[in-house]
Design a protein around this ligand. Sequence first.
Ligand SMILES: [Zn+2]
Ligand SMILES: [Zn+2]
Ligand SMILES: [Zn+2]
Length: 257
Amino acid sequence: MLFLGTGTSHGVPMIGCACAVCRSTDPRDKRLRPSILVDVPTHAKILVDTGPDLRQQALTHDVTRIDAVVFTHSHADHIMGLDEIRRFNVLQGGPIPCYANAPTWEALRHTFRYIFGGAVQLGGGIPRLDAHDLTGPLTIKGVRVVPVPLWHGKMPVLGFRFGDFAYLTDCNRLDDDAWALIEGIDTLVIDALRQKPHVTHFNLDEALEVIERVKPRRAYTTHMTHDLSHAATNARLPEGVELAYDGLVLDVRVDVE
Ligand SMILES: [Zn+2]
Ligand SMILES: [Zn+2]
Ligand SMILES: [Zn+2]
C-alpha cells in the first residue's frame, strides 16, 4: 500500500503558517490530505477516499488506474477530490465502482448534487460512479475488504482491514466489535492528529495506547497536523512505531481469492 497523503484537513504546510514544521525542508513534513492506495498486483488498485489533493497525488505517484474507491466518511478532506474520477472514467472507459455506507452516500449526493442528476449542462463531464452500499465485508476484484466501525467524535465512520493490515484514520474511539475486527493484524495505521487532545481524533498518546493494546508488528500514524515534526517525533516513538509520510510504501499481506 501507498500513502498518498498523511496530513490533517489543512494539510502541512498550512496556509499562512510560519512554524518550524510548516517551513521544514524535510520532505516527510509535507503532508497532503489523507488517503491511501492499496495496490494488489493482478487483482485491484483500491483507493481509500478521494481527498482534495487526489489530482496531485495521482500525478506524483503515477496512479493511472483505480479499480474501486472505498470511503471512510464524508468530511471534506476525504471527498473533495471526487471530481477527479472523470480522468479515470476516460482512461478506463467506464464508471468507477465506489463503496460507501448510507450516511456517506447521503452526504456525497448532497455535496456533489451535479454528479447525481443536478447538473444544468455537463460541460467538461461529470464523474461516472458505480455506487455500491457498503454494509459489511466485501470482495473487490478478489480482494477482501472488511469495514471496521469507528467513532470520530459523535460520528460513526469506517476504517478498513485488508488481510493483515488495517487503516484506521479519523477516529478517537473503538467499540468492542472494532477491537475484535483488528485482532492479530501485522500492520496498523492509526489516526494521531497532534500532541494535544482533540474531540474527534486520537492524539499521539492515545494512538500509542491503541497500538499497545493491538500489538501489531509495526504501526504508523497518519492524519497529522503541523504539531508533529517528522524527525523529532519519530525519534521519541517506541520501537516499531513510526510516523507515516506521503509516498511511503508498505508491503502488506492482503486476503485475496
Ligand atoms: Zn505550521
Ligand atoms: Zn473526519
Ligand atoms: Zn480527516
